[in-house]
Design a protein around this ligand. Structure first.
Ligand SMILES: [Zn+2]
Length: 143
């Protein structure tokens, strides 16, 4: 199945600037959009660097390690498929190797009390076929 067809099935309609991100997720890897001129990372991906106004882009593969910048717990399943999953943690994850990039993601296999600001996480690609990036806890906060 073509990438665009699969993404459309998932309700995702990438632009030319965001397509490499979604293609990588479907292939089971995480990439970050970086300015090829000044090196600044940016999310969402765009064809214009807010730092130097350059249009050249490169895609850096991330090792998926990061920390929780912020989080919340979802306690209500708004759709039938979510009703069996609550409660689950939704976090803003800051990537270690792509400063400035923060991704909204689920923290899988976590219990309440384990999820904390600055807790270490790593990308989990078990839902890659759904173009989803999730994270799992990999350590406690260094605070
Ligand atoms: Zn730049």
């Amino acid at each position: 199945m073509e990438t665009m067809e699969r993404l459309a099935q998932l309700g995702l309609y990438p632009t030319k600037d965001t397509l490499p991100f979604w293609e990588a997720l479907l292939a089971g890897s995480l990439v970050a959009c970086q300015c090829a001129n000044c090196g600044r990372f940016r999310q969402p991906p765009s064809g214009f660097c807010p730092g130097c106004q350059h249009s050249a882009v490169r895609w850096q593969r991330s090792n998926g390690a990061g920390v929780i910048y912020s989080f919340t717990w979802a306690r209500h399943g708004f759709t039938p498929d979510l009703r069996d999953r609550v409660p689950y943690a939704i976090a803003l994850v800051e990537l270690d190797d792509a400063p400035g990039i923060r991704l909204i993601a689920n923290i899988l296999d976590a219990e309440e009390g384990q999820v904390a600001i600055a807790a270490k996480v790593v990308a989990d690609h078990r839902n890659a076929a759904d173009a989803r990036i999730d994270f799992v806890l990999s350590g406690t906060a260094d605070v």
